[in-house]
Design a protein around this ligand. Structure first.
Ligand code: HEM
Length: 464
């Protein structure tokens, strides 16, 4: 076989490729490097070499191979310290992962999440009421509004509590501290360890915030265990009441706490990003906007939405898929080959990766590969995501919810929520950008979120 070196910008001593990326916009930096170096390139960051895979052909290979598994490193390694038994940050083979997934998979199926439709609608109705009351002149930061919505929804479904974010000027203490934890964790993942160890004040604050959040969750679990009467089919009840069908074990209180934090973290920015970007893309594409509104009017009329309506909202579903394609909320899948560090693994027939080496599948470029989506891959065209076309996409061309056994447990939960919220918003309102020339910008965060996206919402004629 002919081995070819993996290209990449030359690293400097000590700092590696730090100067080749913008720390406020790492994903966009990687996208730009893909334009220069092609479908595979490497960077030295944080003291080690990372390989990036950016096209469909190579991504399809590593996502199909059984010897590539999820790797916990960088920001996720720091996250794992906050929630050691949480399923998102569990290492490959960690026992608590299997136990928890087997226990909770049944409550996350498309059929089972229908049971949480009333909780989702309850929170969505609060948002609609707020937007209607503020009226057409109010300028909403939609990313922030949808963060309130998705936070409150997970809190109700996975923690059995209400944050009531739409009724507060300032965030509740829990939400504030929760956000501070993840901001600090992200800063740490870009800082050398020795530097972090000297930041006593930041470290003390982080420990204090983690303790607060864990105590808050722990009390909710203890309360529910003491009062099991009020039983519903929510994620929270499943965690407290179900047992692993294989081992017969139940989840410990601390494992439940870890997964409450996990669901809140994994479920809120992702869903709120999707909702913000679908609104933005629809405003930018008046034809798609009109088609979606026509579908919503035809299916819902002026009546109340039910779970069954969602099966008929084909164009709405396609718009959400197309948004997940262009703006994947989780922009990277981090993998490694299962081999020993000194062993060499060959991909694409010619590139060598060492066992355990960080291998990132870059989702925004995978999702815009013209080989999968044609020459108009950069355009918002929901038609390509209608079921009959969607089914024909190449394997592993569309991966917004991750891969294989470590794929998103919340896929159907998020989809149901996003479908319902999009449908009722377009049933009730017409939308415009505050700045008619708005172009998409991203916040510097782990998940892809819209920056400075302000819109106005006007009640449609006849809606009260
Ligand atoms: C995992 C995306 C919503 C809970 C993942 C992964 C992706 C993803 C890409 C794989 C991560 C990796 O390989 O490292 C999304 C998107 C969402 C969304 C795009 C919304 C549009 C949710 C919601 C929840 C959730 C609402 C919880 C209710 C999780 C959990 C995992 C996960 C627990 C880890 C699963 C495991 O490793 O077994 N998600 N997610 N997600 N997601 Fe989601």
């Amino acid at each position: 076989e002919t081995i070819v070196p993996i290209p990449g910008p030359p690293p400097l001593p000590l700092i590696g490729n730090l100067r080749d990326i913008d720390l406020n916009n790492t994903i966009q930096s990687f996208e730009r490097l893909a334009e220069t170096y092609g479908p595979i390139f490497k960077l030295y960051l944080g003291g080690s070499e990372r390989v990036f895979i950016t096209n469909h052909e190579l991504a399809n290979e590593v996502l199909s191979r059984k010897d590539f598994v999820k790797k916990i490193t960088g920001a996720t390694e720091h996250l794992a310290k906050v929630m050691p038994e949480g399923i998102l940050t569990a290492t490959h083979g960690q026992e608590s992962w299997g136990l928890t997934r087997r226990t909770l998979n049944p409550v996350f199926t498309r059929g089972a999440v229908k049971e949480m439709f009333p909780e989702m609608l309850d929170i969505a109705s609060q948002l609609v009421l707020k937007w209607a009351r503020f009226g057409p002149d109010e300028e909403f930061d939609v990313q922030e509004e949808f963060t309130r919505l998705s936070m409150d929804t997970i809190a109700l479904c996975a923690m059995g509590t209400r944050f009531n974010s739409f009724y507060r000027e300032n965030q509740a203490e829990f939400v504030q501290r929760f956000g501070d934890i993840f901001n600090e964790v992200q800063r740490r993942s870009n800082r050398p360890e020795w530097y972090t160890s000297m930041m006593w004040e930041a470290n003390r604050l982080l420990d204090e915030n983690i303790q607060f959040v864990r105590d808050f969750c722990g009390e909710l679990v203890a309360e529910r265990r003491a009062n099991p009467a009020e039983k519903k089919n929510t994620i929270f009840d499943a965690m407290v009441n179900r047992r692993d069908p294989v081992s017969g074990k139940e989840l410990s209180s601390s494992t439940i706490t870890d997964n409450m934090i996990t669901f809140l973290f994994a479920g809120h920015d992702t869903t709120s990003g999707l909702l913000s970007f679908v609104l933005a893309h629809l405003i930018m594409n008046p034809e798609a906007y009109a088609k979606l509104q026509e579908e919503v009017d035809r299916v819902l009329g002026d009546g109340a939405i039910t779970p069954d309506h969602l099966n008929e909202l084909h164009y709405t579903r396609a718009c959400l898929r197309e948004t997940l394609r262009l703006e994947p909320p989780s922009p990277g899948l981090v993998l490694m080959p299962l081999a020993e560090p000194h062993e060499r693994v060959v991909i694409g027939g010619k590139y060598v990766i060492q066992g355990g080496q960080t291998t990132v599948v870059l989702i925004p470029t995978l999702h815009r590969d013209p080989d999968s989506f044609g020459p108009d891959a950069n355009e918002f065209k929901p038609e390509r995501m209608l079921e009959e076309n969607f089914k024909k996409l190449p394997k592993n061309a569309f991966k917004p919810f991750g891969n294989g056994q470590r794929s998103c447990i919340g896929n159907e939960f998020a989809t149901q929520q996003a479908m319902m919220v999009t449908a009722i918003l377009f049933q009730k309102f017409d939308f415009e950008f505050v700045d008619p020339g708005y172009e998409l910008q991203y916040q510097p965060s782990i998940h892809r979120k819209a920056k400075d996206l302000y819109i106005q919402a006007r009640l449609r004629p006849g809606v009260d």
